[in-house]
Write a protein that binds this ligand. Structure first.
Ligand code: FES
Length: 146
């Protein structure tokens, strides 16, 4: 069986929503301490709905595919819904990622959360801090090795 699903390869080769939103309402940047990869996420939000989303990733193929898929999953969605997007849902939408690459999808989830946090703060919107608590960069144990 191929290491990467066709969906991963597709989103890696033709990533959706790559770029910058100059007048973004929320910008988030996260880095993965383990591999050094960086992801930046831009959100354009109107009336609590994500109208546009763009990302830049300096990272591996799985990180590119994950951010591409994640942006597609939150575009047009209310911010509350985007906040609940999990890396697991992103990995599933990609038809899976190899275990040692799951942390790359965590980067996408965290980048979106970071951009949403920026949006909430800039607009003085109350938010539940618990939803943004610093969590381990990988909840699957895959980052513990090597
Ligand atoms: Fe760094 Fe995938 S190896 S994000």
């Amino acid at each position: 069986m191929a290491l990467y699903s066709e969906k991963v390869m597709d989103h890696f080769r033709n990533p959706r929503n790559v770029g910058v939103i100059e007048d973004a309402d929320g910008v988030g940047e996260v880095g993965n301490a383990k591999c050094g990869d960086i992801m930046k996420m831009y959100l354009k939000i109107d009336n609590g709905v994500i109208q546009d989303v763009k990302f830049e990733t300096f990272g591996c193929g799985s990180a590119i595919a994950s951010s591409s898929m994640a942006t597609e999953m939150i575009k047009g969605k209310p911010v509350d819904e985007a906040l609940h997007l999990t890396n697991k849902a992103v990995a599933e939408a990609l038809d899976g990622l190899p275990a040692h690459k799951l942390h790359c999808s965590v980067l996408a989830e965290e980048a979106i959360k970071s951009a949403l946090l920026d949006y909430y703060r800039k607009n003085n919107i109350p938010y539940d801090e618990a939803q943004f608590s610093e969590k381990a960069e990988c909840s699957h144990g895959c980052c513990a090795e090597g």
